[in-house]
Design a protein around this ligand. Structure first.
Ligand code: KG4
Ligand code: ZN
Length: 349
């Protein structure tokens, strides 16, 4: 029986896309283990994530990943206070594997179940390495499926300030990478090759959205890159992969920085964080670092390993829900288009 003041251990499980992950986190902020089985090599053959292959691989790996995570943390399920699992948004078949597995071990061990929103997990990755970070703060979540500016008003309390009107930032990275022949996954490859290119070689448009100062749009930029490449082909000219990558990346980063920090200032917030796969981009981190310093905004970011999909971030978000008394029932289902702040569980006073 746990006593007041004892440590709280949360087991996190994540399977929303192409990573099967489990992690044990103490008191929401201290990683005891962080196990990730990445399927990237498998999907690279197809140029992107194949949902059915992802689900099948999750079901094959989930037991092993969870067992390894518990072993590395030096604990058993008996020591765990809550099982946090991603139940949306994501690929439905992939989510169902993690949710079913979490329900089964929760039922068998009588450890409470806490359903977690994947994006709320990405945001919470910031708590792990920044022990002093507390809400309120503004957070840019830029991943393969999302580009949101979220005001974190309190633990587990979110307000969406802006979103993309079309492609997510990571999606634009992936599509442009494919178009210039870099392959999948695009983000890290563009990040790397951009270091050899001239970011001012080609001036690509900075996406603006009519009637909104903060919303994002990346489809115009993507089309501009495709048009540029077509133009080169029609003229029989070679294009420089590095220059296109660097110029595209600069256009994305400029918009993300400008909109994010404008929203932060205009909401009277003094702390800003980044999250999601795109947040591991080295030039993006440098740009935010410099601009936040100039504007006297405190800047937080997770290390690259905690930016991309992992289960430590799910355990951290789950911890803050758990201590508030939020619990999910055994009717928890996968919700592929789960909205930020939407919940399926109940609060136990
Ligand atoms: O958060 P994440 O791992 O999965 C989703 O929830 O979507 O994000 C994956 C996305 C991909 O689009 C990938 O290309 C992008 O993050 N990404 C990057 C970098 N590393 C991953 N984009 C730009 N630069 C990077 N270094
Ligand atoms: Zn993600």
């Amino acid at each position: 029986m746990k006593k007041m003041g004892d440590d709280i251990l949360i087991l996190g499980i994540e399977s929303s896309c192409d990573e099967t992950a489990a992690s044990v986190v103490k008191n929401g902020r201290e990683i005891l283990s962080n196990t990730i089985y990445s399927q990237i090599d498998l999907h690279t053959l197809y140029g992107g994530v194949v949902p059915e292959i992802a689900s099948r691989k999750h079901i094959e790996k989930v037991n092993q990943v969870v067992e390894q995570s518990l072993a590395e943390a030096g604990v058993t399920l008996n020591d765990i206070d809550g099982i946090a699992v991603t139940y949306g948004p994501g690929l439905v078949g992939a989510l169902l594997v993690g949710v079913s597995f979490a329900k089964a071990i929760s039922f068998a061990s009588n450890v409470p179940l806490v359903g977690v929103h994947h994006i709320e997990g990405h945001i919470s990755a910031n708590y792990i390495e920044n022990k002093e970070l507390q809400p309120p703060f503004m957070c840019l979540v830029a991943s393969g499926g999302h580009s949101h500016l979220v005001l974190v008003k309190d633990y587990g309390e979110y307000e969406i300030i802006a979103r993309t009107r079309d492609d997510a930032a990571g999606e634009a990275f992936d599509k442009v990478a494919r178009a210039i022949g870099l392959g999948y996954p695009g983000g890290p490859k563009i990040d790397k090759i951009s270091k050899e290119g001239n970011p001012d070689a080609i001036v690509f448009p900075r996406g603006k959205v009519e009637g909104s100062d903060y919303d994002f749009s990346f489809s115009g930029l993507k089309s501009a890159v495709l048009n540029y490449l077509n133009g080169c082909r029609m003229k029989g000219e070679e294009f420089s992969q590095a220059d296109v990558a660097a110029s595209f990346q600069k256009a994305v980063i400029e918009v993300l920085v400008e909109h994010s920090l404008k929203a932060t200032k205009e909401h009277g917030i003094e702390q800003f964080a980044i999250a999601g796969g795109v947040a591991s981009n080295s030039s993006l981190r440098a740009a935010f670092e410099a601009e936040c310093e100039r504007q006297k905004i405190k800047f937080y970011h997770p290390s690259p390993k905690l930016c991309t999909d992992n289960a430590a971030m799910i355990a951290s978000a789950g911890y803050y829900e758990y201590i508030k008394g939020y619990r999910s029932g055994y009717d928890l289902n996968a919700v592929p288009n789960l909205q930020i702040g939407e919940k399926q569980g109940v609060f136990i006073p």
